[in-house]
Design a protein around this ligand. Structure first.
Ligand SMILES: O=C(O)CC1=CCC(=O)O1
Length: 92
C-alpha cells in the first residue's frame, strides 16, 4: 500500500540545542534505515519550507502509523496522509 505523507516540521523555540542535534541525527538514521528497507521510496524537501513530501510503502494502516510514530521527530511533525492507488496510465 502506498501513501503520500506530507510532513511539516515545527521545532519549539526553547528546545535545548544538544537535544535538538540528537533528535535530528536520530531522525536521519531512522529515515535512512526505512529507505534501505524499501518502506520510504521517496523523500523530497519542499522548496522554501521546513517540510517534506514522502511516499511510504507499507502493508497496512497499522504499519503506517507504527512507522510514522517511530520517527524521533514525530512530536514535532504535522503529518497529512493520503492513500494512493495505481494510476491506469502508469507505464511499468
Ligand atoms: O523533513 C524533515 O526534515 C523531517 C524528516 C523526516 C525524515 C527526515 O529525515 O527528516
Amino acid at each position: 500500500m502506498h501513501f503520500l505523507a506530507q510532513m511539516e516540521v515545527t521545532i519549539p523555540h526553547d528546545i535545548d540545542t544538544e537535544k535538538l542535534e540528537r533528535l535530528l541525527t536520530a531522525e536521519r538514521e531512522r529515515a535512512q534505515e526505512l529507505q534501505r528497507q524499501g518502506k520510504w521510496p521517496q523523500l523530497w524537501r519542499v522548496a522554501g519550507r521546513y517540510a517534506n513530501v514522502s511516499v511510504l510503502d507499507v502493508e497496512s494502516i497499522d504499519e503506517l502509523h507504527e512507522l510514522l510514530s517511530s520517527l524521533p521527530m514525530f512530536p514535532f511533525l504535522d503529518i497529512k496522509v493520503t492513500p494512493m492507488t495505481r494510476h491506469p496510465s502508469k507505464v511499468d
